[in-house]
Design a protein around this ligand. Sequence first.
Ligand SMILES: [Zn+2]
Length: 602
Amino acid sequence: MLLNRCTLALFLAGLMGPALADSHYQLDLAGHDRHQVAVSARFVAPDASPLLLQMSSASPGRYARHDFAKNIYALKALDGQGNPLVLQRLSPTSWQVSGHQGEVQVSYLLFGNHADGTYNQIDSRHAHLNMPASLLFAPSLRAKPATVSLKALPAGWRAATQLYPQPDGTLTAPQLDYLMDSPLEISEHQLLSFSQSSAGKTYQIELALHHAGTAEEAKVLLEKTQAVVRQQQAIFGELPDFANQRYTFIADYLPGVDGDGMEHRNSTVVTSESSLAQAEFSQIETISHEFFHAWNVERIRPKNLEPFDYSQTNMSDALWFAEGFTNYYGKLALKRSSHFDLDTYLEKVQKPLNQTLQTPARRWSGPAAVSQQAVFVDAGVAVDKTNYGNHFLSYYTYGEVVALALDLTLRTQYNSDLDALMQLMWQRFGKPEQPYQLADIQQALAEVSGDVEFAAAFFRDSIQGPALPDFTALFAQMGLTLSPAKPDKAWLGPLLLNTFGDAVQVQSVSRDGSPWASAGITDGDLLLQLGAVRLRTAEDIDTALKAARPGDVLALKFRRFDQDHSVNITVAADPTLQLSLDNKASRASVKRRDAWLGTKKL
Ligand SMILES: [Zn+2]
């Protein structure tokens, strides 16, 4: 008797547990010293028609295209009896297997030596794996359960993951999207945790820490993490309902890993090449940002990121909210949890504020439009040159400043705050997992401010358009002064430079309207002399400017395409703004500031 495939699969799954899911992967780590994992996958196809297999070109949480297929090779396909099957490559990222009877076994080698929140690093210390970069998958089995088992683990290595652990050591996912969202850190790491109660449940918040530091340092990081988790929970009133009542920070703080953070539903990857001691625990900043994503982006989710497209990038106009507001709250939670003192926090606010107020990029794009350019900038590798300094402002920075603008406006003019907006977005969209659109944020803003016209004008002018409110006036009402930091300092604008031998070459002039740009200096120019100073290093420019005053005119000699030129350059005043405490602030302003920055009770 011949059972039909589905019945057989269900029957066997019932008998043998989760090891026989529709997509089952075995990761063999025997080649870890050569940066290799041998992957075998078994797919139970719905029928005997050709099975499409695909490597992802995108990674949830990363907004640009990535071609993960480049790092798999020695690909073979067999049927359920071990007979070779025809494997045809249809595109750089997809294959078709034909001639099977419903079961397809595939094997390949996976290379990886770049640890971050997107790629893989397999070496003598760990197998740090992100699934979209690792697993060939069958799109037709996307809604079906998937399992992973591990083979040839070096002694002492174990897995840190949000996948569901089974008694036989198999790791399971209810469907392929969850598997793709689940990074795996397999190593000899420390595992620390604390319990946190929320809405009548107790959650284990784990820190899987792969580092070369001390147990004492690990404990300090855990305490800082706990304080941040509590401050963020206070914003939303509850934790997300994490699967298995568990959330895992997967932290790699090791030489040779790339600094990053990547959020997932019930875990996050945080990486840094510095140790905790070297970085003075600044890794907590990424931890705070990523944990806020457990609400904002993982569950309060932009509609245009759904369903996730593994063959190309999803474009979103909401990253100023998804990433920018997360940046804002990542830092605010660190002030409220007392990791940052007031001076440090003001410095952290000052930096994105200066970038946003001074960039010429806002001439062309508001926050919604810059969000849509994430597909170009989130890849980490650019081959050709760009003019981003003049036309692109990161949605992280820009969105953070929009969050600040909105929080201060709500607090000073509407007797409300941004926490109330985030709570409403959580209750209405995050908790019931209903994806939102920009109009939904506008509606929520109208409700928390009680002013429909204000919300409409803010979205028209400051989200679709580039306008920003008067920050000097807003800060004054919070007992803070925003003023020029160095109004007498000579300034020519930001330049990226290459220095080699005794030459100073311009890599890019990143600000239209600055003295450098107005004098006609552009990328590739060799800067020879400024005023009386011969330029051999970047520091020589500072020396030449030390004696100058805003308004002075200096002679600039430069070489372009082997010809020498001379121009006059008019020195401007340094436009950098600083934020400081107003010692004469009213009691009402100080009270407002304390309500904004003070520790929240759970
Ligand atoms: Zn983020």
